[in-house]
Write a protein of this length. Structure first.
Length: 472
């Protein structure tokens, strides 16, 4: 019989995602523009503040909270002090059959928690019945209580631990992102940052938009610099979990161009695991980046504008280590890694764009997905329901593959009111679909409905012209 220690952590938000820790065996013609070199309010404070526990609450001895998806009592001593100080709350049920903090597929002790587990001092013993699909807990194990003021963060990951990402943002490793462990170092990177824009709460969560102005990447088999106009998007969900994406261009010491896209996630502030998705020319000495399984860590400090990455070639993971699962709050739409599929037909015009592309292009050439060409964005203007400009930065990451010409333009609009709108206009020619992200409570929160279609690009002298439509 495998015995697990199940620790539940509650965050002070109305919709919360649970994090479960179980001790068990380990187990992509136009422009992705983005950028934020234009003026705007930069973040000058500290890092994103994740969800914290209720202010000032100290759990009474012996209080317990019901675990996600479970039907019985929580693990002894487990408390949730979110909301009013000292108030014990019950977390929402997890999806049936999911590996929630309570029970289920992974076999963690669920409803009824650890058999014989002693409650916090002064409390009654926990219900010894195992949760549905779970395993009865071992006597004597005690769950970790939640702090009152300030709150506890999810347990820190060690190199031996595995992070299980949410299915909507799995970074290509749905079974888990391993720690570096004994893996071989592939490279380390230090990025030079520009503005750090805080968009506030969008439809997806709390969004930071980070300009990448340059940087260095060094490893045993590669030395490169990051080009200007890179973008990094950091999303903090209401429960404190984090999702990260970055797009950039590397130029190696021998002049080879490489497309660098990065996916990351974390169960809470800190401990961000990343999985680089790199496209290098297949004919180059860096072709190993196309096929090597890579993962690492990302550290970002908004106060000091410091962003670093350490990436490893993954080795076979030995048995042991903990597993930390990322779960999403209910009621929020998922951001997507792939292009959105078109729905409906073009109706009324929303606005038009004239996007600057007078900075030339950067060719990666034949790589693992096809032939990649990158067109940096240098600015632009918008007219219509969105009136303003396009920030210099970002690019259109164009791909020719299988007879299709696919655009993936990543860029940022700055309206006449100073509001920022993140744009991804993506898809094959004839089926471009834009996805917008703006402050939900701001004057352009309506774009977050994302029921829009895009024209194909029209090319002018140094610009690309696009029209964004409503759908019917």
């Amino acid at each position: 019989m495998v015995v697990t220690l199940h620790s539940m952590i509650s965050f002070p938000v109305s919709s919360r995602r649970s994090v479960s820790l179980a001790l068990t065996a380990l187990m992509p013609l136009i422009a992705a523009f983005a950028g934020c070199s234009g003026s705007g309010d930069a973040v000058s404070g500290g890092p994103i503040v994740g969800a914290a526990a209720g202010s000032g609450g100290t759990p009474a001895a012996g209080q317990t909270a019901a675990a996600d998806g479970g039907n019985g009592a929580a693990a002894a001593g487990t408390t949730a002090t979110t909301g009013a100080a000292g108030t014990t709350t019950t977390k929402p049920p997890g999806a049936a059959g999911s590996t929630s903090s309570a029970a289920g597929a992974s076999g963690a002790a669920g409803a009824g928690a650890a058999a014989g587990a002693p409650a916090a001092t002064g409390g009654a013993p926990a219900n010894p019945t195992a949760g549905a699909g779970g395993i009865a807990g071992a006597a004597g194990l005690t769950a970790t209580p939640m702090a009152g003021s300030g709150g506890s963060q999810p347990p820190a990951l060690t190199d031996a631990d595995t992070l299980i990402p949410h299915a909507s943002w799995d970074c290509g490793m749905p079974a888990g992102i391993p720690g570096p462990g004994s893996g071989e170092l592939a490279f380390e990177a230090t990025l030079t940052l520009g503005e750090v824009y805080d968009l506030g709460d969008t439809q997806f969560g709390k969004r930071l938009l980070i300009e990448v102005k340059g940087g260095t990447l060094k490893g045993p088999e590669i030395e490169a610099t990051f080009m200007d106009r890179g973008l990094d998007w950091q999303l903090t969900l209401p429960n404190g979990a984090v999702e990260v994406e970055q797009v950039n261009i590397l130029q190696t010491s021998d002049g080879t161009n490489i497309y660098f896209r990065n996916c990351g996630t974390a169960a809470g502030p800190g401990d961000v695991r990343i999985v680089p998705d790199i496209e290098a020319p297949t004919s180059s000495r860096y072709a190993w980046l196309n096929t090597t399984k890579l993962a690492g860590t990302r550290t970002f400090d908004a106060a000091t504008k410091k962003l670093t990455m350490r990436v490893f070639k993954l080795a076979a993971q030995s048995a042991g280590g903990a597993m930390l699962k990322v779960e999403e709050p209910m009621g929020l739409p998922d951001q997507t890694w792939e292009c959105k599929k078109p729905m409906g037909r073009q109706a009324g015009v929303v606005y038009t764009e004239s996007v600057g592309i007078d900075g030339g292009s950067v060719s990666v050439g034949a790589s693992k997905r096809g032939s990649r060409n990158i067109v940096p964005i240098t600015g632009g203007t918008t007219e219509g329901r969105i009136e303003g400009g396009v920030l210099s930065g970002g690019a259109d990451f164009q791909l020719s593959a299988g007879g299709e010409f696919i655009l993936d333009a990543r860029y940022t609009l700055k309206t006449k009111e100073g509001e920022l709108i993140i744009v991804r206009n993506c898809g094959p020619i004839g089926a471009l679909v834009p996805v917008f992200e703006a402050k939900a409570s701001g004057p352009y929160g309506w774009v977050n409905a994302n029921t829009w279609l895009s024209s194909d690009p029209g090319i002018g002298p140094g610009v690309v012209n696009l029209t964004i439509y409503e759908t019917n």
